[in-house]
Ligand binder design. Structure first.
Ligand SMILES: NC(=O)c1ccc[n+]([C@@H]2O[C@H](COP(=O)([O-])OP(=O)(O)OC[C@H]3O[C@@H](n4cnc5c(N)ncnc54)[C@H](OP(=O)(O)O)[C@@H]3O)[C@@H](O)[C@H]2O)c1
Length: 327
């Protein structure tokens, strides 16, 4: 039975994304076939669908780097028909058809059961963004982050990774400082748990190798100049989770923060082995459970995907944009 999909193709004029019809024979190989209920729009999805980033590694490709739904068929002992699952990571939506379709098929290693007590809507509101936020906090805590040690900065604060990070950190008792290019969203950020909201334009950033030491931790979605400034303003033994590059790929700094303040720069990559994925998803359902998913999610119908992608690229989105694929 044919179903609708949002397919990203390469044409002589450039990358082109459009709705099309697909059937099961057109899906890529995998152990598990899922009836997709929800997908989402991550920054990477917006770059992929518009061709503004060289994300897609196999054309044509159904976009969508995460999806949640119900298992229809499984060749893996880990999953049974009827299981609620979340799919993300590795080639999904990049080199293997992804979540922007009524059905998806993927290797079992790219799939987790939705933890008990979580709905498929909760799971996709977290999605890759929430999983990565939890992974970053997990890594920072393993490197000494603790609620009593001082302020934790979260930049690109209205974004998906950042919104979930603020929620998770605040519910664990951290003193969270949100830094945003959209100061008009201060109320939203405070609702998620930020104790302080700073407009990125007002964040003083000198250019000395070491600037006043302010933060014990930082969740960085931006890279570029904001990451450079972070390295120079961390407190002794401060930890930075380097997650994204929305402001730039490259940054400059000196070794001074690392050798004089013991600053730790932790690279966070969400393509993990099944054991790590299981542990992090279980944390998201227990000691790292978010409290504000309803405020973070904006749910749109599949029809509105192209306009919503344009809003993400145009910097007009907030939190997580969830795409409802089926009722
Ligand atoms: N390492 C991994 O495995 C992994 C996993 C997931 C995501 N990521 C990366 O993490 C980053 C964030 O992803 P996301 O899905 O949360 O994206 P998002 O929802 O689009 O959020 C990005 C936020 O960054 C800020 N921003 C956007 N463009 C900017 C620019 N040119 N200069 C400065 N700030 C800018 C905006 O926040 P404000 O307006 O509030 O400042 C925006 O809301 C992306 O680079 C993504 O690729 C990496």
């Amino acid at each position: 039975m044919p179903f609708r999909a949002y397919l990203i193709s390469s044409t002589p004029e450039g990358v082109h994304a459009a709705f099309t019809m697909l059937d099961d024979d057109g899906l890529d190989p995998g152990d598990v076939t899922v009836r997709v209920q929800y997908a989402s729009i991550n920054y990477k999805d917006a770059l992929a669908a518009t061709g503004k980033g060289r994300i897609i590694r196999r054309f044509p490709c159904v976009g969508g780097i995460d999806a949640s739904g119900i298992v229809e068929a499984s060749g893996s002992p880990r999953f049974q028909p009827g299981d609620a699952v979340i799919v993300h990571g590795h080639g999904f939506g990049v080199s293997h058809h992804g979540g922007y379709a009524a059905r998806a098929r993927a290797p079992a290693a790219w799939i987790n059961k939705v933890p008990a007590g979580m709905s498929t809507l909760d799971a996709i509101t977290l999605g890759v963004a929430g999983y990565t936020a939890a992974l970053g906090i997990d890594a920072m805590e393993l490197n000494g982050l603790a609620p009593h040690k001082g302020k934790v900065l979260v930049n690109g604060a209205t974004g998906g990774v950042a919104s979930v990070s603020i929620d998770l950190l605040a519910q664990r008792g951290y003193d969270v400082v949100a830094v945003t290019g959209k100061p008009q969203e201060a109320q939203y950020l405070r609702e998620l748990g930020a104790a302080e909201v700073i407009a990125s334009a007002d964040l003083a950033a000198g250019d000395k190798p070491l600037e006043p030491a302010l933060w014990q931790g930082a969740v960085d979605s931006l890279g570029g100049a904001p990451l450079s400034a972070l390295t120079r303003t961390m407190r002794k033994d401060g930890v930075i989770a380097s997650i994204g590059n929305a402001a730039g790929l490259e940054f400059t700094t000196s070794v001074m923060p690392f050798i004089l303040r013991g600053v730790r720069l932790l690279g966070i990559n969400s393509d993990n082995e099944p054991e790590v994925r299981e542990r992090v998803w279980q944390r998201l359902a227990s000691d790292l459970k978010p409290k504000h998913l309803a405020a973070i999610a904006r749910v749109i119908p599949f029809d509105e995907l192209p306009q919503a992608i344009a809003a993400v690229i145009g910097g007009r989105a907030r939190g997580r944009t969830v795409v409802r694929m089926a009722d």
